[in-house]
Design a protein around this ligand. Structure first.
Ligand code: UDP
Length: 313
């Protein structure tokens, strides 16, 4: 059988760059597209010279094409950090809307499978805990996060519409908080924020009282789940995340423990619409994909700290 080809939008981003590594390791050819709004060329630098990898600098919110046959389209391009939603809300909206249409159209033209990166943010500030895929969410449509949340909800709607109207083979992964090497040190998210602060000897900026919870999934686990989903049958959204839930205060304690330093805090106000609890119910992924995370938090955070240490040294 000839090599299969995957197109990955946002390929220079944190999660997509790990997905590309996995696809190449599984014998696929990969074409990555990125306009470097939030992606970084460093994340794909190790692929330079790989004959099975090619890169196109492209804003996928604008129409685009890719030469030759394509078997999978992974639409992963989007800003994904709360500080991005404030700085580049229009780009964030377009990544979920125009870019989703352009990526769906590519999949349609190429008769390829389509997978869209959705998010736990479709659940908003959830009133149901843990979050199952059947929950419709509690999103503020005009809040500071709405450019991301609503764009991703739109992306899901567009994906289901192409599936229903054209019979396109579509998948939707709802990604929960993910961490690991290649995150942006300055993207404002809690994992790089606290690790960066610990590296610089600064206090950790806990927002609110730190009682809000998140469940952190190591990136290698996440992309393994995405690849399993891409190869599966079925079109329902699937949560991919780690159900190991902790408060942000516990996360700060864990990071300072790993650095062997006393916990120093600089408490700041909680940003508006910051979800109070978040934990995936991954029963569907377990039953349907035979997938669950395997990387322990202590191992994942050690690898992540090692990456950021190297980056700043
Ligand atoms: N957070 C924090 N300090 C920071 C950055 C984030 O306390 O410097 C909190 C934030 O308020 C949220 C949680 O950590 O409750 C996770 O934030 P992040 O931006 O990583 O992602 P989110 O899950 O909110 O999209």
């Amino acid at each position: 059988m000839s090599m299969q080809t995957a197109v990955v939008t946002g390929g220079a981003g944190f999660v997509p760059s790990h997905l590309i590594d996995l696809l190449l390791a599984n014998g696929l050819r990969v074409v990555a597209l990125d306009n470097f709004v939030t992606g970084n060329v460093r994340n794909i630098a190790h692929l330079q010279g790989n004959p099975h990898f090619s890169f196109i600098e492209q804003d996928v919110s604008e129409p685009f094409d890719v030469a030759g046959p394509v078997d999978y389209v992974f639409h992963m391009a989007s800003p994904a950090s709360p500080i991005d939603y404030v700085k580049i809300p229009i780009e964030t909206l377009k990544a979920g809307s125009y870019a989703t249409h352009n990526s769906l159209d590519l999949a349609l033209r190429k008769k390829a499978r389509f997978l869209v990166a959705s998010t736990s943010e479709v659940y908003g500030d959830p009133e149901v805990h843990p979050q199952q895929e059947s929950y419709w969410g509690n999103v503020n449509p005009i809040g500071v996060r709405s450019c991301y949340d609503e764009a991703k909800r739109y992306a899901e709607a567009a994906t289901m519409a192409y599936h229903r109207a054209y019979g396109l083979d579509t998948k939707i992964v709802r990604i929960f908080n993910t961490y690991g090497p290649r995150m942006r040190l300055d993207d404002g998210r809690v994992v790089p924020a606290f690790i960066g602060q610990a590296l610089r000897g600064e206090p950790m900026t806990v927002f609110g009282d730190g009682s809000q919870t998140r469940s952190f999934c190591y990136v290698s686990d996440l992309v393994a789940g995405i690849w399993k989903l891409a190869q599966s049958d079925g079109h329902e959204p699937v949560n991919c995340g780690n159900p190991h839930e902790m408060t942000i205060m516990q996360f700060a304690e864990a990071v300072s423990h790993h650095f062997g330093i006393p916990l120093k805090l600089d408490q700041k106000p909680l940003p508006p619409d910051d979800p109070k609890v978040r934990k995936p119910d991954i029963t569907r992924a377990k039953n349907f994909l035979g997938w669950e995370p395997i990387v322990e938090f202590d191992d994942g955070i050690r690898q992540t700290i090692a990456y950021f240490r190297d980056l700043v040294s």
